[in-house]
Write a protein that binds this ligand. Structure first.
Ligand SMILES: [Zn+2]
Length: 285
């Protein structure tokens, strides 16, 4: 059995979750790996299409693969929010162990068709597939939480059952109050735990929680231990940890000429944030 399948199975059995943390550079990837090692927990290191555009596909993939190879922790290279089937298949061919196909912007039938096509391709090569059902909005302006919530389409339990049956996807990101990004000053909304319960009654497929940044911690813990969420995706909070360390340094007025002096502080800040998240997701395990 592949490592990631084993990791998911263990999490399901133990009623805890591990994290997926996104990166687009060296220091964030190192911070994630160091946190997983320090906490002795598995994690997925996620890259997105835009991260690969920024860093270059081969440089970013090989960077993460190198960090994984040198780490003592169980780490998995994951494609987060894959939208272009050609790009996703390239990731499968190049040795990603887990990929996400996000066709959630389409209606059910088309989402099923696109997802199934990717599942068929990936499974032949032993790569696991995560899909998304429901619409999770992402707003650029953090004051627009009202608009964001209006645009949310929560996962429908009957649709979920049909989706899983027809696509044979390994894990599914469901939408039940979770939103991408962090919202201030209101804070992110609570999770719809009643809906999680209904979704869980329909299928046994492990759930993934996206939009984990900013969601109330108590809700996350309840959803993990009661409704089979095995993985939580964190992106925004890592970016914030990285950038706030850098801006604090700049504000302090110190002059350095070696970028490593600043970037290593940002790396430590990412590690601290990831360790915090790992602790939260493991639910006392
Ligand atoms: Zn997401």
């Amino acid at each position: 059995m592949s490592l990631i399948k084993e990791i998911i199975k263990e999490a399901q059995k133990g009623k805890y979750a591990f994290g997926t943390f996104d990166t687009s550079n060296l220091e964030v990837a190192q911070g994630i790996a160091r946190a997983a090692e320090a906490k002795n927990m598995p994690a997925m290191i996620g890259v997105t299409e835009t991260a690969a555009e920024y860093a270059g596909f081969l440089p970013l993939m090989n960077l993460v693969k190198g960090i994984i190879a040198e780490s003592k922790a169980d780490l998995v290279l994951h494609l987060d929010h894959g939208k272009d089937p050609k790009f996703i298949k390239k990731c499968v061919d190049e040795g990603f162990k887990s990929i996400m196909i996000d066709a959630s912007m389409y209606e059910l039938e088309k989402n099923i068709e696109i997802t199934k096509n990717i599942v068929d391709y990936a499974h032949k090569k032993g790569v696991i597939v995560q899909a998304e059902l429901g619409k999770i909005p992402r707003m650029k302006n953090s004051t627009e939480i009202g608009t964001t919530l209006k645009q949310m389409e929560k996962t429908d339990p009957d649709e979920l059952e049909e989706f899983i049956k027809k696509t044979k996807v390994d894990t599914v990101a469901v939408i039940a109050g979770n939103i991408h990004g962090m919202y201030k000053p209101e804070g992110n909304p609570n999770l719809d735990l009643d809906l999680f319960k209904k979704l869980r009654e329909k299928v046994s497929t492990p759930f993934i929680l996206h939009g984990g940044s900013g969601t109330p911690s108590e809700d996350i813990k309840k959803a993990i231990s009661n409704y089979g969420i095995v993985n939580v995706n964190i992106d925004t909070e890592i970016r914030v940890a990285f950038m706030s360390a850098i801006s604090d340094f700049c504000v302090s007025g110190q002059m350095v000429t070696d970028p490593r002096k600043v970037l290593s502080i940002a790396r430590d800040s990412v590690q601290k944030k990831v360790e915090e998240k790992i602790e939260l997701f493991r639910c006392g395990k």
